[in-house]
Design a protein around this ligand. Structure first.
Ligand SMILES: Nc1nc2[nH]c(I)nc2c(=O)[nH]1
Length: 274
């Protein structure tokens, strides 16, 4: 059963992955899945008790992490809600970017696996470049809609899927009930791995984008196709190329991401508990 074999049904691999997760964590079904992008790493611990932590590369369909030595783990977290009910969150340990060249099936395997575990909701987070000066580095922004500039799709064959309200307005309202100051934006995914030129950033702005990144849109499409309700949140880690009058230092970008860590981690934990 390999995603790289075109004759393999990718949903069978997701099923095998979900069965492995149930067996390895002892949790039969998960309710919500989280994909933690750059800057969002601290959220898992605030969600609740880590019931189980398993090596991601032992789950069918998840290949070895790109970064040698970094053992990505997938965690099952028990969320106790205010009304005393319990939900299980699956925090996917690794994200495959399109630019890794492993193929789009790998990019969306995590969300397909999440759906196969029984999750009804997926929260996709990422780090991105911002086009608006009022959403500077360190600002979390709710994704209202996306522009997929990857020229590809995770769906195969005549799989026509409506993407209206892809980024659930219900979940965006819930997120704002946690933090009313949260803004919204349109996220454009470029293939990467290079960053945009100032001209490409200007183009993205003309097209209506507020945020530019290299992930999320393909995962969101696959999540919707798999029946998941989607919430997307970006952390503006830097102003996109050409937006800042003064070139941003890398140190400032790292510092802004780290400074935002505690705030966005507690924000995400509060939202996931709803
Ligand atoms: N495409 C794109 N992706 C990003 N990821 C991060 I963090 N910053 C950027 C950015 O400026 N552009």
């Amino acid at each position: 059963l390999s995603l790289d074999d075109p004759t393999t049904d990718p949903f069978l691999v997701a099923r095998a992955a979900a069965d492995h997760i149930a067996e390895a964590t002892g949790i039969e079904g998960h309710d919500v899945a989280l994909v933690l992008g750059s800057g969002w790493g601290g959220a898992a611990e605030l969600l609740g008790d880590v019931v189980a932590e398993i090596p991601t590369n032992e789950i069918p369909g998840f290949s070895k992490p790109a970064v040698a030595g970094h053992v990505a783990t997938t965690r099952s977290i028990r969320i106790e809600r205010a009304d005393g009910s319990v939900r299980h969150a699956l925090v996917l340990g690794s994200r495959t970017h399109l630019y890794e060249g492993k193929g789009v099936r790998h990019v969306v395997h995590g969300v397909r696996t999440a759906a196969a575990t029984g999750a009804q909701t997926v929260i996709l987070t990422n780090g991105c470049g911002g086009l608006n000066l009022d959403h500077g580095p360190g600002t979390p922004v709710l994704i209202r809609d996306h522009i997929n500039l990857t020229a590809t799709s995770p769906l195969e064959g005549a799989t026509f899927v409506d993407l209206t309200d892809l980024y659930s307005s219900r979940l965006r309202d819930l997120a704002r009930s946690v933090d009313g100051s949260l803004g919204e934006g349109v996220y454009a995914q470029f293939p990467g791995p290079h960053y945009e030129t100032p001209a490409e950033v200007r183009m993205a702005g003309v097209l209506g984008a507020d945020l530019v990144g290299m992930s999320t849109t393909l995962e969101a499409i696959a999540a919707r196709h798999a029946g998941l309700e989607v919430l997307g949140i970006s952390l503006v880690t830097n102003l996109a190329a050409g937006i800042s009058p003064t070139p941003l230092s890398h140190g400032e970008v790292i510092e802004a991401g780290q400074a935002a860590g505690p705030r966005i981690s507690s924000l995400l934990a509060e939202i996931a508990k709803l």
